[in-house]
Design a protein around this ligand. Structure first.
Ligand SMILES: [Zn+2]
Length: 269
């Protein structure tokens, strides 16, 4: 592919973390995005709707089949669960939530996928939905609120409502502006749907735009991370452990204080 020189290379990016996410399991992601991701050496998450796997083959609306998804996983991509039927999560009955969040993950697991990420349809979640996502054993979950994810998160539930910026046909300048909205300790998550020149405007990224964006990330030394991997390292004590240590320390101090009090009360006697 021949490209014009990128014109807006700014002096930032080095080491800045970005995560890439593809929704709905469209086959054009396999056809168009995968070769570019591989060329750049980038990993990404692919949110799959289990009822739609391998659907509408031979049409524009073709979805990836199990073999194609296996190939993605073989390249180190994260196969994420994007529910069973892509229903809106709010106000579903308990049975439906079990189906959409837990049974769908179990199906993907039976098919041989190591599922760690959940993706909310339409970015919608509430505390009940998060409860099921946690119960199912997902490592993290992604929504669509356009905000960067703070790595030094104050609350363990934050990883189950990770925001992301929908990317369609933004110019490179607009793309750069999105990336510039994060600081050193944050991750910008970018969400794509169609990677196609012919898809609906509101959800499609033309192939050339996508190629330019990936080249931009590579040439400016962005660190492209895989979402679940952010939560699977043991570098820092987790929120629960650090609080446990704090409780122990307060308990210890209280015990010492009591002993000193006891000592002085005896001396007086
Ligand atoms: Zn979706």
């Amino acid at each position: 592919m021949i490209l014009p020189q990128l014109s807006v290379l700014a002096d930032f990016g080095s080491g800045q973390k970005v995560a890439l996410s593809f929704d709905d399991g469209w086959k054009n992601q396999y056809d168009e995005a995968l070769p570019i991701l591989r060329e750049c050496g980038f990993k990404a998450s692919f949110g799959v709707i289990t009822d739609n796997i391998g659907l509408d083959r031979g049409t524009f609306w073709s979805r990836m089949n199990v073999n194609e998804l296996k190939e993605l996983q073989g390249y180190g991509m994260d196969i994420a669960c994007h529910t069973k039927t892509h229903s809106r999560m709010l106000n579903l009955t308990q049975d439906r939530l079990l189906d959409e969040i837990i049974a769908s993950k179990n199906l993907l697991t039976r098919l041989g996928f190591d599922v760690k990420t959940f993706v909310y349809p339409y970015g919608e979640w509430n505390s009940t939905v998060i409860g099921y996502v946690k119960e199912a054993g997902y490592v993290c979950a992604r929504a669509l609120k356009p905000e960067a994810y703070r790595l030094e998160s104050p609350h363990p539930n934050e990883r189950y409502r990770i925001g992301s910026y929908p990317i369609t046909n933004q110019s490179l300048v607009e793309f750069e502006k999105i990336l510039s909205q994060s600081t050193e300790n944050e991750v910008v998550v970018l969400t794509y749907h169609f990677i196609s020149d012919e898809g609906p405007r509101e959800t499609s990224t033309p192939v050339l735009n996508f190629y330019e964006q990936m080249r931009y990330l590579r040439e400016n030394d962005f660190e492209v991370v895989l979402l679940p991997e952010l939560f699977m390292s043991n570098e820092e004590p987790s929120w629960e452990i650090s609080h446990f240590i704090m409780v122990l320390a307060i308990g210890g101090l209280a015990a010492i204080f009591m002993m000193i009090l006891l000592y002085f009360s005896r001396v007086k006697m």
